[in-house]
Ligand binder design. Structure first.
Ligand code: AGP
Length: 612
């Protein structure tokens, strides 16, 4: 999704905006641009491709004595990723510019209306319509003109506006696409799509809500509802530092974040299990025993990797809390005929807290009477502000587009939530619950210890597999969602076609795919469905399938079936989804890296999908 940066303050604006755009590169983009005000004129530079192309054409601007400007990285929705379509976009005079993240759904009719009034367009984008629409309403009051213009717009938008007629002011408006202000006493005022762009300068942030307009000046900011009232906003302190959003010597953010997973688990669990009583304490969930007893059903709603976390949680919640769980892909959930009432609890799972489909899903469920909880990694993100309760994952900023530590932290948080529910319902003895809580705490240490060895073994193993065209991942029970996750990791960063399947489903079709070429990675921990999983692997072997097995150390059966085995320590069954994800992530990473893929910013992908 697009990256937005704005600044007004004592610093030179061009270096600040460029640094902010660099920190938003992980959001995915295909062109970039910057604009700043100098001697009463708006100076605009744009380029297609990576930020380095933009930097190559603006070296002189780095020392421009300008202190107010905007920057943008565009993820193309309307119009090819060309320089002409890159933001910022101008009105007819060139004295007003707009940057935008989102989709203006009625842009075509607005464009025709404006062309009929004489406006000339120079791009194929929906965003340029905004610049001309503001121009149409502009007299001497930019705020009113922006309000008038956005009142005509249908769709999602986060925008920044700069006008030569108000040289000390940036206007920002948010509706369904994230926008956050960075505020400080002496560094100036910042605007960004996401927190990492702000961290080098301030950790004091103000999240804009939908239909809010902000007026930014070098030493002040004001937030209004689009209906005119001044809004008092809380300043949130972000406990991330700029270094956490850097590579720290790793080749890619993704590898760094894979190795941060033990700490992410520890940070997510710490302070949430009472060491004496063993009770799980989640005060921010806002669910008391009576409300929990009234829950007939739970919906888990998410997208992508977060949906895989939901699939794992279904097993845990139904097994220990005894509550029926439905898991839905958010883009399906929001359009099906939902049978929801106030005895249904809906839980969204989202790293970013901004995924459009998931957000729409919880808004719909809330409207139907459901209580909403969100499992989320970003403090103050939209989902956390709209849910009734939140369980934050404390994974720290996840920059790699492929989710790793956020996924593992989601599993940790969902396991904690399962224990919390079970304790409140009395479906789990305190002794068993304490034992399970300890298993969750201990798994961080197991991963910490095993990660380097697993990485080395995977590096050797991929020599025979990195140039394959297709991959199949299979797993049963708690391993089935991890098979799906392994397939998603591989396909999204290496561009190899990969599918995840329930092992028991092989004979219902996929077994026809088996040949001597396609690797089949099977997750075969010695758990409660081990014998069944082993039978499935034998079926593959009997048809000369190319097996990669991940199983429990000491399991001699596996070595008989293939040379390509990764052994993992025996841990409690419930911890296998967390542990077995590690080799799957590393397999995807090492193959993609060997293939020279853009591991942190895979083609066509965005870190947070804030449009439908
Ligand atoms: C995971 O590797 C992908 N980047 C993607 O599937 C992601 O999990 C999905 O877009 C959901 O994002 P969220 O967790 O921020 O809602």
């Amino acid at each position: 999704m697009c990256g937005i940066v704005g600044y007004c303050g004592p610093r030179r604006v061009v270096p600040v905006v460029l640094e902010g755009l660099r920190r938003l590169e992980y959001r995915g983009y295909d062109s970039a641009g910057i604009v700043y005000l100098e001697d009463g004129k708006l100076i605009k530079h744009r380029s297609e491709g990576k930020l380095s192309n933009l930097e190559a054409i603006i070296d002189s601007a780095l020392i421009a004595p300008s202190h107010i400007g905007l920057g943008h990285t565009r993820w193309a929705t309307h119009g090819a990723p060309t320089t002409e379509n890159a933001h910022p976009h101008s009105d007819c005079t060139g004295d007003l510019v707009v940057i935008h993240n989102g989709i203006i759904e009625n842009y075509h009719s607005l464009r025709e209306e404006l062309k009929a009034k004489g406006h000339k367009f120079s791009s194929e984008t929906d965003t340029e319509v905004l610049a001309h629409l503001i121009e149409e309403y502009l007299t001497d009051d930019l705020v009113s003109a922006v309000k008038e213009a956005v009142s005509r717009v249908e769709g999602s938008y986060a925008i920044g506006v700069l006008w030569a007629g108000m040289p000390d002011t940036i206007i920002a408006v948010r509706n369904q696409s994230p926008l956050v202000l960075g505020v400080s006493k002496d560094q100036g005022t910042f605007l960004a799509s996401d927190i990492p762009a702000l961290l080098p300068y301030t950790n004091e942030v103000v999240f804009l809500d939908d239909m809010e307009l902000a007026i930014l000046k070098a030493d002040s900011y004001e937030v209004y509802s689009l209906f005119g009232t001044l809004v008092e906003k809380e300043i949130q302190i972000i406990n991330w530092n700029a270094g956490m959003a850097e590579k720290a010597g790793f080749k890619h953010f993704m590898l760094k974040e894979i190795f941060e997973q033990p700490q992410a688990i520890t940070n997510t669990v710490s302070g949430r299990i009472n060491p004496e009583s063993g009770l799980v304490e989640l005060p921010e969930v806002n669910l008391d025993s009576e409300e929990i007893d009234n829950i007939d059903r739970i919906f888990l709603v998410a997208c992508g990797t977060s949906w895989h976390a939901a699939l794992v949680a279904k097993y845990w919640i139904e097994k220990y809390a005894g509550i029926p769980v439905e898991v839905d892909i958010a883009s399906e959930f929001r359009y099906r005929h939902l049978i929801i009432n106030d005895r249904v609890l809906t839980i969204s799972i989202s790293q970013s807290g901004e995924t459009a489909d998931t957000l729409a899903g919880i808004r719909l469920a809330k409207k139907l009477g459901s209580k909403i909880i969100t499992i989320c990694n970003v403090v103050g993100s939209t989902m956390t502000r709209e849910a009734d309760g939140t369980v934050y994952t404390h994974a720290g900023p996840e920059i790699g587009v492929a989710s790793t530590k956020a996924f593992i932290s989601q599993l940790a948080a969902l396991f904690l939530f399962t224990l919390f529910l079970s304790q409140k319902k009395g479906t789990l003895s305190l002794e068993k619950s304490r034992e399970m809580g300890k298993a969750l705490i201990d798994i961080a240490g197991v991963i910490e210890r095993e990660l380097p060895r697993i990485q080395e073994e995977i590096k050797e193993l991929i020599d025979n597999f990195y140039d394959c065209r297709d991959f199949l991942f299979v797993g049963r029970g708690l391993s089935f969602p991890i098979a799906l996750e392994g397939a998603l990791k591989l396909k999204e960063i290496s561009y190899i076609h990969a599918e995840g399947y329930a092992s028991g489903e092989l004979k219902h079709g996929p077994i026809a795919l088996i040949d001597k070429e396609m690797p089949i990675l099977a997750l075969v921990p010695q758990d409660d469905v081990y014998q069944k999983s082993l039978s499935n692997v034998e079926e593959i072997k009997a048809r000369q399938g190319r097996l990669i097995l991940i199983g429990t150390e000491g399991d001699s059966h596996l070595q008989r079936l293939t040379d390509d085995v990764i052994f993992l320590p025996k841990v409690p069954d419930d911890m296998n989804p967390i542990l077995y994800t590690i080799p799957a992530q590393l397999l995807a990473y090492e193959i993609a890296s060997r293939r020279g893929c853009d591991v942190d910013q895979p083609r066509n992908l965005a870190k947070s999908v804030t449009v439908e």
